[in-house]
Design a protein. Structure first.
Length: 54
């Protein structure tokens, strides 16, 4: 992994986490990620089981 990718990954992960927190997804609901080819969309697709805090 290059230094550039390593530096960008936490930014994408934090953006995805913040978006999941803001939408208020509840257990059992389904999330559709449109455009999962980018950094922000890739994180939730590659991290099943991540849940937002209560």
């Amino acid at each position: 992994m290059s230094w550039e990718v390593a530096a960008a990954l936490p930014v994408a992960a934090n953006t995805a986490y913040q978006a999941l927190t803001d939408i208020g997804l509840k257990p059992g609901e389904t999330l559709v990620v449109d455009g999962a080819a980018g950094g922000v969309g890739t994180v939730p697709c590659n991290s099943p089981g991540i849940s937002a805090p209560p």
